[in-house]
Design a binder for this molecule. Structure first.
Ligand code: DQA
Length: 161
């Protein structure tokens, strides 16, 4: 017995600019699945394990940041595909660093195999890990990882409750 409270069974999924266009946006790079389909697969996987999934997409940096502020203390993990914000948004990075929920950075495409400007992520250093290039499966893998992680001692570190 640790006497600590259980992590909330809630995962936040954030998608940044242009990811609302999935399915019709450069399908040779991003595939044919829509964001709704990806979120539905995640919601099924979460529900099976009794987790709530809060999914939000925005083309506006500030709205993503406000979701991190709102849920960063009341969820057990964040899955984020920041889109192009990955490569330059210090504000998004600072928001993720400010909250206790661990984040996993996701990219549908293998950013390391693309243009040079996509090789650098300002989000990676404040993330638990990154999954890139595995398409929609990356989101589901990250979800299972965070649901497992939510039950571990490590996830409770820094939790003073
Ligand atoms: C992306 C990769 C980014 O470089 C790009 O700006 C995106 C999508 C991906 O999922 O592969 O919008 O995050």
């Amino acid at each position: 017995m640790t006497g600590k409270t259980a992590a909330p069974k809630r995962i936040l999924v954030l998608n940044g600019p242009n990811l609302n266009l999935l399915g019709k946006r450069q399908p040779e790079i991003y595939g044919l699945n829509t964001l709704k389909e990806i979120e539905a697969a995640m919601r099924d996987a979460a529900t099976e394990r009794d987790f709530e999934l809060v999914a939000f997409q925005s083309n506006f940096e500030g709205q993503l940041i406000e979701h991190i502020h709102k849920f960063g203390w009341i969820c057990s993990g964040i899955i984020i595909n920041p889109g192009a914000l990955t490569h330059y948004s210090i504000a998004l990075r600072d928001a993720l660093a400010a909250v206790p929920a661990p984040a996993i950075e996701i990219h549908l495409s293998n950013t390391a195999a693309r243009e040079e400007f996509r090789h650098h992520s300002v989000i990676a250093p404040v993330s638990l890990g990154t999954i890139a290039g595995l398409g929609p499966s990356g989101y589901v893998l990250a979800l299972h990882y965070l649901m497992d992680f939510a039950g571990t001692e490590e996830s409770q570190q820094g939790d003073s409750s």
